[in-house]
Design a protein around this ligand. Structure first.
Ligand code: ADP
Length: 393
């Protein structure tokens, strides 16, 4: 008996959270992990160690596999091409994935598709940045096209002189020794939203309710599903954008579209602008494990195998997901008895990762009818896992 085999590049918590639904569906999961004791390696039996950029390691991974997929976007194009040459399907495919790897490519294509984005321009040198800011030296956001995550490749340039590190970025880009850059208008958003869609190779799509994602220091701290008080017209527009991007880019698997909500100056429904894309399960969708009929992890497996998609209906009126970012404990499992005893309804997910300041170590999900109650309970549980006594996140 040979069950369908899904090969995954990357051994962090996203691959780890694919293990439970793979087991439930009777699928075989094989994960290329960075180290034998990492997050996914602890949960997946078939977990060879290797680098995403090592073509031999990835070819060995896909030997006998039905599909190759990813938990991160950092797989070099030539490695993907080598896998495709072996006849193993790659989902999302390289032509789609490049839009999650390179923000200039992404902005260019979304602009072509008519998808609303912040005003933007590629930046080849400091002169380009100054031209973008205009004669009055306005504010702007400068980003590296590749390699950024959790806000690390993003700088806000305020009115006045360009800060030294951004001058250095521009010099490196101009000399070809650093990543390509782009500039964006500094969007006066009211909050950040995210919409998750799954798409199969056959073109079927399913969109979860739009969520609010609360960022602290450039990192997602909390997700509220559905986004509270969201105007129905804005929700419909966000859903339309998600489907347009998924279909237009030919995405397969789960796609997360991060959005800025912007007030309409004429008093109409708020608008949405696309910030960025992730082509894999995403932190903004962790709530679906406990808060939706079908989780993003199960849906990703279904989608990449071209199986029928699952129901994306929420199982409760509200679900709040709070991340456990860093901990004063040696290991957050030290607080397990306390947190489970304090709130039997809290769903705790820990990733088996070593504690480092600010590191995503796990998350807690709470569902229910009363948003304030659900949010307070999720925050309290996450705080206990961070080694804090109080209930404030
Ligand atoms: P990363 O790829 O590192 O996650 P993002 O492009 O998502 O970077 O940006 C990180 C954060 O910076 C966003 O969550 C948002 O808060 C802020 N940001 C990014 N782009 C803009 C923009 N054009 N206007 C205003 N804020 C922005």
């Amino acid at each position: 008996m040979t069950p369908p085999t899904v090969a995954v590049v990357g051994g962090g918590q996203l691959a780890r959270m694919m293990a439970a639904p793979a087991t439930a569906l009777g699928l075989h999961l094989r994960v290329l992990v960075e180290s034998g004791d990492g997050s996914a390696a602890q949960a997946v039996v078939d977990a060879p160690v290797g680098e995403a950029g090592d073509v031999d390691a990835v070819l060995a991974l896909v030997d006998g596999a039905d599909v190759l997929t990813f938990e991160h976007e950092h797989v070099p194009g030539p490695v993907l091409a080598a896998v495709a040459a072996r006849g193993v399907p790659v989902h999302p495919g390289p032509d789609a994935l490049v839009h999650a790897q390179d923000k200039v490519v992404m902005r260019r294509r979304l602009t072509e598709l008519g998808v609303p984005c912040p005003r933007w321009a590629p930046v080849a040198d400091l002169a380009d940045l100054e031209a973008f800011r205009g004669a009055d030296g306005g504010r702007a956001v400068v980003k590296t096209a590749r390699g950024g995550y959790d806000g690390k490749g993003v700088r806000v340039v305020d009115a006045g002189a360009v800060p030294g590190d951004v001058v250095d970025w521009c010099a490196a880009a101009a000399a070809g020794t650093g990543p390509a850059l782009l500039a964006e208008e500094l969007v006066p958003f009211t909050r950040e939203l995210a919409v998750l869609v799954a798409r199969t190779p056959s073109g079927a799509t399913a969109v979860w309710p739009v969520v609010e994602s609360v960022q602290r220091d450039g990192v997602c701290a909390e997700v509220v599903a559905p986004a509270p008080g969201l105007d129905p017209a804005t929700a419909a527009e966000a859903e339309r954008v998600a489907r347009t991007v998924a279909d237009g880019l030919g995405v397969t698997g789960v796609l997360a579209v991060e959005l800025f909500e912007v007030a309409d100056p004429d008093g109409g429904a708020p608008r949405v602008l696309v910030n960025e894309l992730a082509m894999r399960p995403h932190n903004s969708g962790h709530w679906t494990i406990d808060g939706s009929v079908t989780s993003q992890f199960e849906q990703h497996l279904r989608a990449v195998l071209d199986l029928p998609l699952g129901d994306v209906a929420p199982v409760a009126r509200w679900t709040v997901m709070a991340n456990v970012l860093g901990s004063a404990l040696d290991d957050p499992t030290e607080a397990l008895a306390r947190v489970l005893g304090a709130d039997p309804g809290a769903r705790v997910h820990l990733y088996g990762k070593a504690v480092r300041p600010g590191r995503k170590l796990g998350h807690v999900t709470v569902s229910g009818d009363d948003l304030d109650d659900v949010r307070a309970r999720a925050r309290t549980a996450a705080a206990l896992l961070r080694g804090e006594d109080g209930g404030t996140a």
